[in-house]
Design a protein around this ligand. Structure first.
Ligand code: DAH
Length: 364
């Protein structure tokens, strides 16, 4: 019989020695297979029990079993030790200092043009004006003819218009980058008829470049049509706007007779201000600052919009958004608006939650 007490003792000592010398979990698994696997040494010895007589079985059965248990325990203990070491190593290397200050994340700002557009929208919304938009590439008809600016009119030349490429074999005049937001007046009249109260903010384009001009800039158009709207309404609306926008109680507006093809009569509007100390103060002083063009909508314009001038009348105005942003927030150069200089944006930009609440400034 291949099993003897000494054999078992030798086997035991050999196995435990092997286990103690193993250096990783892989080797340990190989050892397990070598001794306890189906064809492992212990398993083979177990099998030999079958051919033993009952006394031998009684002696060796329990011995083999306890040896198997002992080896198993030794394997598990070694495995646990490996895992503990690995965990210790991870705890040593993967620690996290939760007391470290957080990384500073750069936060963007709201561009003054967006902020002022929101402010303007808010104020006019409070007076019942809706917002309308139109395309930036506009047909010659919407940008000029419909606004009572015929081909020979000097205003066409004065506007420094950008023309789109002229399609081959076409008799149509080329489209233009809209030179003002006024064409949105026509589109709104056509789309919804009278009565109307809208403002139309958006980008406009003219070939011009200096401290107060950029080839792209922003305007907001206003249009109010009803049966009995007069210039008195225009004056009140603009006064309320200026008061709320510049956040001053006392404002004085000056309506200066002017000429626009799309309004009759027309007026340019100035606000009283002072520039003392190089700082603009609205509502005081002896200077006047032009902020917009306006007037009573010309009957030809109403007709172009599909509206009967015998029944409806109203006012319109057009104002430069960038210009009033410069005035309100003391920004000296218009070109800097569109340089995308992060330092500039950080300085003049607004926090995302800096919502305009200017409408509370409206007098009742
Ligand atoms: N469209 C004019 C411009 O760009 C501004 C303007 C003046 C608009 C008078 C109007 C208006 O609606 O009535 O210079």
């Amino acid at each position: 019989m291949g099993v003897g007490m000494d054999d078992l003792e030798n086997l035991r000592a050999g196995v435990l020695k092997h286990i103690s010398k193993v250096s990783d979990e892989g080797e340990l698994e190989n050892l397990r297979l070598r001794f306890l696997g189906k064809k492992g040494e212990i398993s083979l010895k177990m099998r030999e029990l079958g051919s033993m007589n009952p006394e031998q079985k009684m002696t060796y059965g329990p011995l083999l079993n306890s040896l198997k248990d002992e080896i198993n325990s030794a394997l598990i203990a070694k495995k646990t030790a490996f895992q503990d070491t690995a965990l210790d190593e991870r705890l040593r290397t993967e620690w996290l200092d939760v007391t470290l200050p957080g990384r500073v994340r750069g936060e963007g700002t709201i561009h003054p043009v967006s902020q002022v557009t929101d402010e303007v929208t808010e104020i006019f919304a409070d007076m019942g004006f809706l917002v309308a938009e139109g395309p930036q590439i506009e047909s010659d008809w919407y940008n000029f003819d419909a606004l009572n600016i015929p081909s020979h009119h000097p205003a066409r030349g004065e506007m420094d218009t950008f023309y789109m490429k002229h399609p081959k074999n076409s008799n149509e005049p080329p489209h233009v980058l809209r030179t003002h937001t006024s064409p949105v007046q026509i589109r709104t009249m056509q789309a919804s008829g009278a009565p109307i109260k809208v403002i139309c903010p958006g980008r406009v384009y003219r070939a011009d470049y200096d401290q107060t001009h950029t080839p792209m800039f922003h305007q907001v158009e206003g249009l109010a049509l009803d049966k009995d709207i007069t210039m008195a309404n225009l004056k009140w609306v603009l006064e309320e706007f200026v008061r709320a926008f510049f956040e001053v109680d006392e404002v004085e507006l000056r309506f200066r007779a002017s000429h626009f093809p799309f309004t009759e009569p027309s007026a340019e509007v100035d606000i009283r201000c002072s520039w003392s100390g190089g700082q603009l103060k609205v509502g005081e002083g002896d200077d006047w600052l032009e902020i917009l063009g306006s007037g009573m909508v010309h009957p030809n314009v109403l007709k172009a919009g599909g509206i009967d001038p015998e029944k409806w009348q109203g006012f319109a105005f057009g104002m430069g958004i960038d210009r009033i942003a410069m005035l309100k927030y003391g920004i000296p150069d218009l070109r800097s608006f569109f340089d995308s200089d992060l330092r500039w944006l950080k300085h003049y930009g607004f926090a995302a939650l800096d919502q305009p609440i200017l409408s509370t400034g409206l007098s009742k």
